[in-house]
Design a protein around this ligand. Structure first.
Ligand SMILES: [Mg+2]
Length: 228
């Protein structure tokens, strides 16, 4: 695993590389961030609708308040270590990985110029805790592209930028991306099916690596074996 800049990320010969965004795709940012916003305002979380636009208009959250609360959430509350995971995400990624798909985590969490150490440490801790398999991880600023064969993302600007550069991009269904054309997935099983189809036509599906057991709990099993 390595932390790499987009300009230095290599393509992996023979592998089908799947670029996986985190927030809004693997991690439920809206749900986690809502707790922080509600707490800061002294209101019930349910008063802030989960069906929100990209700019949080339904929460009456302007850019200044968003930036202030996002920073507080990341640096003071370790939000990125505690976000809920979307159902089935880790299991689907394990099955794809077992089928030979190269999982490349791509996150845009460094779009601010503060809190990088916390954002990186908490992201890696979250991935370990959630038992998400990955071969490498890219922390990006503005540029969305890291030479993957297919991507999944929820942010309209990232999907549009990736597609404008002729990339295959699955939209992970969110209320703020309904205007984007497909392919689209609203569950991780749908993501898995779409990627298996794309990878099959790429002729790079490989058998499971020898000596590695199937299942999302393998890290725990391997850890407990190591400590025996
Ligand atoms: Mg995202």
């Amino acid at each position: 695993m390595g932390v790499q800049q987009a300009s230095t990320v290599p393509n992996v010969p023979g592998s089908f590389v799947f670029g996986v965004d985190l927030d809004g795709v693997c991690a439920d940012y809206t749900l986690g961030f809502r707790e922080i916003v509600a707490e800061s305002r002294g209101v019930e979380p349910e008063s802030l609708p989960l069906q929100r636009s990209w700019g949080f208009d339904e929460w009456d959250l302007d850019e200044d308040e968003f930036n202030r609360l996002h920073r507080y959430a990341v640096t003071e509350r370790n939000l990125l270590r505690s976000l809920p995971m979307f159902e089935g995400c880790a299991d689907s990624l394990w099955r794809l990985s077992d089928a030979g798909v190269w999982i490349r985590i791509i996150t845009h969490r460094l779009y601010t110029n503060w809190g990088h150490a916390t954002a990186i440490a908490d992201t890696v801790a979250w991935l370990d805790e959630a038992q998400v398999p990955y071969r490498d991880i890219c922390f990006l600023g503005a540029k969305p592209e890291v030479e993957a064969d297919a991507y999944i993302d929820d942010a309209p600007h990232n999907v549009n930028a990736l597609r404008a550069a002729d990339n295959q991009v699955i939209v992970f269904d969110q209320p703020y991306n309904q205007d984007l054309p497909g392919p689209r997935a609203s569950t991780w099983l749908e993501v898995e099916d779409l990627i298996m189809e794309m990878a099959a036509s790429h002729e790079a599906i490989q058998p499971q690596l020898p000596g590695i057991d199937a299942g999302a709990d393998r890290l725990l099993r391997r850890k407990s074996e190591a400590s025996d």
